[in-house]
Design a protein around this ligand. Structure first.
Ligand SMILES: Cc1cc2nc3c(=O)[nH]c(=O)nc-3n(C[C@H](O)[C@H](O)[C@H](O)COP(=O)(O)O)c2cc1C
Length: 403
């Protein structure tokens, strides 16, 4: 049986992005699936990332000629095919064979942006060569020298867009995936062996195939030089050490990095304003898909306030987007671009390149259809007049002091 036949079989019941999740749950060992799907603590933020869309309803317009519509969206001189992209996700090459490359190449084929995670298992140099429009996301190493070396490496590799994730000053709760026995690095042992034996398609098609072709994967890009294997007994990955970092670290990066610079993980309008003053090219509103600070507000609830604070600076958003209509609600409330995480990870897991293309195609079609039903012909035509927001659905900042 060829891998494309198996991918098709796994995707035969996929009609929307949410359908990829049960397929991935069946395919992956429980511990690895738990790592991808889990929220932090009680899941308040992850739940709110979905609940917020119930508070925003459309007020469509009628009898306008919508026969010629486009989902295309320009950003910094490039016209992307759709107003969405793929969020950075750690260890994507553990869930899908050569996952980072699969996501990057499928995104390139679909002409949508893909952000490669700093906690990835493939070398950035290989991914950017294969998909030159990919963006890179960095977690900041603890020292000024190591940050500068990483930024230099990303520039040398040829990336034009650097996303720095700033909502992980300290690591979020790992309770859910520890409960499911997920460790990073993976710990070899009977449990892992059993998980592999009970999920042979993943064990052979992803993990075994990776080891057979390129050896045991390592965290290649968290730092300029340090490489940590994805599987090791008694080894602890360094997640701490950046708690002391502050805005001056970003000032130094801005001075060093000549390409587009984006801050990811902002939720407060004052921070968005600070980022703008510092000279970043754009920001991503995000609560990390509800994986970091449980109870953090859904970025949709702060979007209009942040838009008002930053004027026309490119404003992106992620966390909980699953439908074309979700994307349209964000665009109407002031976002320029939306990013989607888990569904693309699941799509690569169960369907490889074809899976990611399928996920992108589904979302694009949903947006295309919804634009027509809204009475508009392009993402740019949307504005707050097309939505009705429930009272108290949005976070008010006029009584919030900057601390
Ligand atoms: C498995 C997984 C790994 C992630 N790893 C990273 C990462 O390395 N860097 C980062 O900035 N965000 C990371 N995120 C957060 C995503 O970039 C994004 O903010 C979030 O997934 C969006 O929410 P959604 O999954 O509901 O679409 C990760 C998310 C998931 C699900």
């Amino acid at each position: 049986m060829t891998s494309s036949y198996l991918a098709k079989r796994r995707m035969r019941k996929v009609f929307c992005l949410d359908d990829f999740e049960p397929a991935a749950r069946r395919h992956l060992p429980a511990s690895i699936f738990a790592y991808v799907c889990s929220p932090a603590e009680t899941g308040q933020s992850m739940d709110d990332n979905r609940a917020v869309f119930q508070d925003i309803r459309f007020v469509p317009r009628i009898l306008r000629d919508v026969s010629k519509r486009t989902t295309a969206r320009p950003l910094w001189g490039h016209e992307w095919a759709a107003p969405f992209g793929i969020s950075p996700m750690a260890v994507s090459a553990l869930t899908a064979y050569r996952g980072d490359l699969v996501l990057a190449q499928a995104a390139a084929a679909e002409n949508i942006p893909m952000v490669m995670s700093g906690s990835s298992l493939m070398r950035i140099e290989d991914v950017i060569k294969a998909a030159p429009k990919s963006w890179f996301q960095a977690y900041l190493p603890p020292t000024t020298e190591r940050i500068a070396a990483l930024v230099q490496r990303v520039a040398n590799a040829g990336f034009e867009t650097l996303v720095v994730t700033v909502d992980v000053a300290v690591r979020g709760s790992t309770e859910h995936y520890e409960r499911a026995h997920f460790h990073s690095p993976l710990q070899p042992g009977l449990r892992l062996l059993w998980e592999g034996l009970s999920h042979p398609a993943w064990a052979i098609g992803t993990f075994g195939r990776t080891i057979a072709t390129t050896g045991l994967p390592h965290f290649e890009n968290s730092d300029s030089e340090k490489r940590i294997p994805v599987m090791a007994r008694n080894m602890v990955r360094e997640f701490s050490g950046r708690a002391h970092l502050a805005w001056d670290a970003m000032e130094r990066i801005r001075a060093q990095w000549k390409g587009k610079l984006i801050l990811k993980g902002i939720l407060h309008p004052h921070d968005a304003q600070k980022a703008k003053v510092l000279g970043v090219d754009g920001i991503v509103l995000s609560n990390h898909g509800g994986r970091q600070l449980d109870g953090a507000v859904s970025p949709m609830r702060v979007l209009p306030a942040v838009r008002a604070a930053v004027g026309d600076m490119p404003l992106m958003i992620d966390s909980g987007f699953r439908r074309g209509t979700d994307v349209i609600k964000a665009l109407a409330l002031g976002a320029d671009f939306v990013f989607v995480g888990r569904p693309f990870n699941y799509a690569a897991t169960v369907g490889g390149h074809a899976g990611v293309v399928k996920a992108s195609t589904i979302l694009k079609k949903e947006i295309f259809d919804a634009l027509g039903m809204m009475g508009v012909t392009s993402p740019e035509s949307l504005n707050a007049g097309y939505v009705k927001v429930a009272a108290d659905a949005l976070t008010r900042f006029d009584d919030v002091l900057d601390q």
